[in-house]
Design a protein around this ligand. Structure first.
Ligand code: UD1
Ligand code: UDP
Length: 366
């Protein structure tokens, strides 16, 4: 069966890379359609190069815009490719506007859709990602839920059991495939003059945080407090959305917080592994911290990754400076010997097997 893989942002490239490799390994015909939602080299082409992925067959160059503009243009452009390619199944991953667009294009053409990382729920409908996930899940014939918890969330919404496949999260495959190389080959510690176990790592890019001046300033103050009191630098590879917000609001970055350009995956994975503590509002970074056994403080009020809280690998601190500091203290007092709840690193193989074996198209109930 022929698969089209729609992707458009950094986390989608990283988490779909194991599936692309699996298609190669099993000689399954596939096409990659890059929407162009991310276009800066540091958010896209760097990953294709270092993860040795073939160049996408289609590069749609949609770029940035309002949600409606971006999503609308992507639907139009993806539809044109799907009409040309006529795949049997389309795969999307996660919760971005590229995912929603791929899902709608499939619905309109009655092409089967598989959603990788189905069933994640923050229950926060203010997040554009939450709406994208819910819509993509309900549009999908194949729902690849990473955990039993995500399957339960889908069942609670009335999605048929036979459409849901618990596979683990492909982020575990990605970490396993790259960690050894990351630790052996990175020069990131020298590049940034850091010693393993003597620094913290920060990422913050969510629209609801960095687009709000007060909330972003408060987050930075909290992270600065952690740095001062732990007497450790905090490295902050800064996403362009956040860098733009810092400039626009004229925010001050605390002394011991060091902003650097976004990093490639190998360097970032090495930095995650060597950090004392990870502070983040990213979904994928919460998962990777948990998998790598590094304590995590999530700079949000909620998470669609509750498995990380259940195994004590993560706390929710929001953006209040004192609760960020207290969250950091609490996490550093815990021993990092939790179980990885996201599977065994064979998620991509399971996903590809499900698609390969489903000769009879699954049907959406109702
Ligand atoms: C998107 C996803 C978010 C995901 C993140 C991964 C949606 C609604 N959001 O957020 O869920 O966590 O990607 O990193 O899909 N920009 C650049 N270069 C780029 C891309 C963006 O400079 O290559 C800047 C532009 O100023 C743009 C802003 O970042 O306006 C936001 O980009 P956008 O793709 O809309 O959302 P992200 O914040 O990247
Ligand atoms: N990441 C990276 N370089 C960086 C920051 C993050 O390679 O400078 C990786 C990280 O390891 C994870 C993914 O990007 O796999 C997370 O993407 P992001 O935080 O942009 O999106 P989210 O997961 O929140 O949707």
């Amino acid at each position: 069966r022929e698969i089209a893989i729609v992707l458009g942002t950094r986390p989608e490239i990283i988490k779909l890379a194991p599936i692309i490799r699996e298609c190669e390994a099993q000689s399954i015909p596939y096409t990659v359609i890059h929407t162009g939602q991310h276009y800066s080299d540091s958010l896209t082409s760097v990953f294709f190069e270092e993860l040795s992925l073939p160049k996408p067959e289609y590069e749609l160059s949609v770029g940035s815009g309002t949600h409606g503009q971006q999503t609308g243009q992507m639907i139009i452009d993806i539809e044109a490719v799907l009409l040309e390619e006529e795949p049997d199944v389309v795969l999307v991953q996660g919760d971005t506007n590229s995912v929603l667009s791929g899902a709608i294009a499939c619905c309109k053409l009655s092409i089967e859709l598989g959603h990788v990382e189905a069933g994640l729920r923050s229950r926060d409908r203010e997040m554009p990602e939450e709406r994208n996930r819910v819509l993509a899940d309900h549009a999908s014939e194949y729902l690849f839920a990473p955990t039993a918890q995500s399957k339960r969330s889908l069942r609670e919404e009335g999605i048929d059991d036979d459409r849901i496949h618990v596979t683990g999260n492909t982020v575990v495959d990605a970490v396993r495939q790259h960690k050894r190389v990351a630790m052996a080959e990175t020069s990131v510690f020298d590049d940034y003059d850091l010693t393993r176990g003597e620094y913290c790592l920060l990422t913050a890019h969510r629209a609801e945080t960095v687009d709000d001046e007060g909330r972003f300033a408060s987050l930075l103050e909290g992270v600065g407090r952690v740095a001062e009191r732990l007497d450790q630098d905090v490295l902050y590879p800064i996403h362009p959305r956040a860098a733009n917000a810092v400039a626009e609001f004229g925010l001050e970055i605390p002394d011991r917080v060091r902003t650097v350009d976004p990093l490639d995956y190998i360097d970032f994975l090495a930095l995650e592994s060597g950090a004392t503590l990870i502070l983040t509002d990213s979904g994928g970074v919460q998962e990777e911290a948990c998998i790598l056994g590094v304590p995590c403080v999530t700079l949000r009020e909620n998470t669609e990754r509750p498995e990380t809280l259940a195994v004590d690998a993560n706390v929710l601190a929001g953006t209040d400076p004192q609760s960020i500091y207290e969250g950091a203290r609490e996490m550093l007092d815990r021993s990092p010997n939790w179980e990885n709840p996201f599977g065994d690193g064979d998620a991509a193989a399971r996903i590809v097997d499900v698609i390969r074996q489903s000769e009879t198209p699954a049907r959406v109930a109702g």
